[in-house]
Design a protein around this ligand. Structure first.
Ligand code: DAH
Length: 336
């Protein structure tokens, strides 16, 4: 019997290797016959025979996939990139454009930006490559200070840094805003974009993620204004009243520095007293203002910064951070 199976297997494999529609061969009568034999066997023989037939089937499927790839390669015509584009020709049917959609993070970032711009904040995208000064120096991290270790990121050979937080934009926002302060106005801006960290990736850590940063400076800015601003943002974003709390946190660029948490709403399964830390914040350190040419004896400011994925995960009950960068259509289509 084993002999028969081997013979059929060889015959089908060579048919697949020469076929222009190899998948059809999987439907062949010889394969079906092999299965129908199972019913005629003694129970003691069935397991071994069934296993052998299954192995044949797997080998044939692998051969079909290989043959299909071979055919697809042969079918690719070289592209003449110098050929003029015919604007009247129909679009090649490569992408189902009618089912395309925005990435959930793009969509949610638009919502975040929308809420803050309605509150009077200007919005600017953050940089994806920056330098040591904006990453550390301008933010009151002394040279060789251990606080730098909390932001383990990458460096290019030239010494540039893919930023580990959107706080790298603070100095630029402050410097550009100086003229507004001098004209009697205030600085109110958010900066959002991709940041990068040297992380081991798991369900709650990614090497690439998004943050949103806020900066506000006036003659009389207070922590109370900051907490009110943040509470309003979260309440609008989640569409409900929320309890908030803060606890001390250390960031060299703010004094005092705080960690800001919201109570997980009951509507999404939160229990009373279940707090979720959402961002870091505080009153901008006088050295950071000074570095940007702003007199800290005249002006005061507050700043905050936090991850965007966290915000979105909580809103939709997404359990794994890795989905966002995975490119999985099954995940992305849920937001289409
Ligand atoms: N940049 C900090 C981080 O990524 C978060 C942060 C904390 C931003 C305090 C701020 C702030 O603007 O004031 O860990």
């Amino acid at each position: 019997m084993q002999h028969d199976i081997d013979e059929i297997r060889q015959g089908l494999l060579s048919a697949i290797a020469n076929s222009s529609s190899p998948r059809e061969i999987l439907k062949s009568a010889a394969l079906k016959d092999m299965y129908s034999v199972i019913g005629t066997l003694e129970p003691s023989e069935r397991a071994a025979y069934g296993k052998a037939v299954n192995e044949v089937k797997l080998a044939l499927e692998a051969a079909v996939v290989a043959r299909e790839a071979e055919l697809a390669d042969a079918a690719v015509e070289p592209i003449d990139i110098t050929a003029p584009w015919d604007a009247n020709s129909t679009m090649p049917d490569l992408m189902p454009s009618e089912t395309a959609s925005q990435h959930p993070l793009t969509k949610e970032l638009e919502e975040v930006v929308n809420i803050f711009t309605r509150m009077g904040f200007e919005a600017i995208e953050s940089r994806q490559i920056d330098d040591d000064f904006h990453m550390f120096g301008a933010l009151n991290f002394p040279e060789n200070h251990p606080a730098r270790d909390g932001y383990d990121t990458f460096r290019t050979e030239e010494g540039f840094i893919p930023p580990a937080h959107t706080s790298t934009m603070q100095h630029r926002i402050l410097k550009d805003g100086l003229s507004k302060l001098e004209a009697g106005g205030k600085i109110a801006a958010i900066s959002y974009g991709r940041v990068f960290r040297n992380e081991d990736v798991d369900a709650t850590h990614e090497h690439t993620f998004y943050q949103c940063e806020g900066v506000f400076v006036s003659r009389d800015a207070t922590l109370g204004q900051m907490l009110g601003t943040l509470r309003s943002f979260f309440e609008v974003y989640y569409g409900q009243k929320l309890s908030i709390k803060t606890q001390p946190g250390y960031f060299p660029f703010v004094e005092p520095g705080l960690e800001f948490a919201i109570e997980k709403p009951a509507s999404i399964g939160g229990k009373p007293g279940e707090w979720l830390e959402m961002l870091g914040c505080g009153m901008i350190h006088p050295n950071v203002l000074k570095e940007a040419g702003i007199d800290p004896t005249v002006y005061r400011g507050f700043a905050w910064g936090g991850g965007v994925e966290r915000l979105v995960m909580l809103k939709y009950g997404i359990e794994d951070l890795r989905h966002f960068e995975s490119g999985k259509l099954q995940f992305l289509r849920k937001f289409a």
